[in-house]
Design a protein around this ligand. Structure first.
Ligand code: IMP
Ligand code: MG
Length: 180
């Protein structure tokens, strides 16, 4: 797999530092709240697993899966719930945990459906952000790191379901997805 990676953006040590800092801020901000972390499958599982252990206050977790129509390296903006949450959201302070915020369309949609279920509050925590790619008015409340407009994989992020198990975040060589 390493041969398919152009360069490493965030190594294991860097990622662990990012997660510790996010965990500390979230623990502080949610001290008197009713935290429910919602992981958006599958890209955020690795981040979620580390982040929840960096949080020192009581919290609950749940998972949802959405699929965006269109494959490859772009999101269409049309999103379908493939696996819904188990927990009724009323009374909870939600923290949506995402792997990467790109166009923002996926998260905007998820936030809309979850808002309709009357949680106490909703915030977004994303490991990675590509701000220059944003197509909707959406900002994350917690951002691990901003990355350039290149396709990245590893630490949960995939290309065609591969590379999720890389322990670092790296830029995928464009030839892998049919680029130059
Ligand atoms: P958005 O709706 O355009 O913000 O897309 C968000 C989703 O697209 C993420 O949850 C990822 O699954 C996927 N995605 C966007 N950029 C990348 C990338 O660079 N690497 C891997 N997946 C990505
Ligand atoms: Mg993906």
């Amino acid at each position: 797999m390493r041969d398919d990676i152009e360069r490493i953006l965030l190594d294991e040590e860097k990622l662990s530092g990012i997660v510790k800092e996010l965990g500390a801020s979230i623990s502080e901000d949610y001290r008197d709240k009713n935290l429910l972390m919602i992981s958006v499958l599958k890209g955020s599982v690795v981040f979620m697993a580390d982040l929840m252990r960096a949080i020192t206050i009581p919290c609950r977790i749940d998972f949802m899966a959405v699929s965006s129509y269109g494959s490859g390296t772009k999101t269409s903006g049309v999103v379908k719930i493939v696996k819904d949450l188990d927990i009724n959201l009323e009374g909870y302070d939600l923290l949506i945990v995402e792997d990467i915020l790109d166009s923002g369309k996926t998260l905007q949609y998820i936030r809309e459906i979850l808002t309709a279920r009357n949680p106490k509050s909703i915030r977004i925590c994303t490991l990675l952000d590509k701000p220059e790619r944003r197509q909707v008015d959406l900002a994350a409340d917690y951002v691990g790191a901003c990355v350039p407009d290149e396709f990245v994989v590893g630490y949960g992020l995939d290309y065609d379901e591969k590379y999720r198990n890389l322990p670092y975040v790296g830029v995928l060589k464009p030839f892998v997805y049919g680029g130059k």
